[in-house]
Design a binder for this molecule. Sequence first.
Ligand code: PEP
Ligand code: MN
Length: 363
Amino acid sequence: METTTVIKEKTWLTRTKRPIVIAGPCSAENEDQVLETAKRLKATDRVDIYRAGIWKPRTRPNSFEGVGAIGLPWLKRVKEEVGLPITIEVAKASHVELALEFGIDILWIGARTTVNPFAVQEIADALRGVDIPVLVKNPINPDVALWIGGIERLEKAGIKEVGGIHRGFSNHGEKFYRNRPQWHIALEFRNQRPDLPLINDPSHICGRRDILQEVGQKAMDLDFDGLMIESHIDPDKAWSDAKQQITPEVLGVMIKEMVLREDYEDVKIIQSKLDYFRQEINHIDDELINLLGNRMNIAREIGTYKKDNNMTIFQPKRWNDIMDKCRVLAEKNQLSEEFIAKFLNAIHVESINQQEEVFRDKS
Ligand code: PEP
Ligand code: MN
């Protein structure tokens, strides 16, 4: 088993203890909400950096799109009166200019912006000659090259402190997570750039409160450097992402309860290649089971159709065609004929059982 040890340079983003915690509301809504959230987060003694969305990239129009530049003086007050450094999302050059004017400490690029090289380049160009850390969220699609490409654009523009934020990947039909974590993608990011801090954003992965702790803990177990978690003084009334936000006090307890590996000091032990492969296998197993579930749903629908049309369940010609087609594909994928025959038979038996159930159903 091969293990790589990489000495990470201490940067603005990693110089505090691990995990570095970035917390604050999804959106800045008004001055009181921004300040009260900040004070209560500070009081937990677990938060290092304050986040708030000023310009919100919303999936559909007519949602709340952020208060805009009027919120920047509120964040300036947080920095001066509460003493927390501030990070906000920027999506274009005009955002960068305003953020710099109001003394924002760290910028982040959102998932919907990372997908667009023109937009990232515009931000990088606006930052030429500026010394400010920038975190880049993964693009909404699981594309490590595009993610790292965004970081490289900033590095080429002279930005010295960059890092990644893993916020999961959107997927049609996903119900458990809001954005599937696909941990192997984050581990691949780290394999390629072990020199960079990597933060996990459980809020946008989960989209709900009840599994935030376990996702954050998993990130800690995989040696992420920090967490970005959304927090609101009255979560259910939040103007955006209400279901995933938690109060500052709940967030404080969550961080306190995180179990951290003790050997973490200045030297970062990068997860072995084996860990990476295991995550990939876990991911593929999940996919296989989801796909089998989808296949059986369709089988049941076919069952209903056959029942309504007085057809038999088993249609040998159709089954032989499937077997022939799959045998060819299996060979191309270096799978033995014996294995694929057993595998397909098991699927077939289950499919027939499910259809029989539909036939038995009197309703
Ligand atoms: C956010 O952090 O509020 C946000 C919009 O995140 P993402 O870019 O991950 O969707
Ligand atoms: Mn949000």
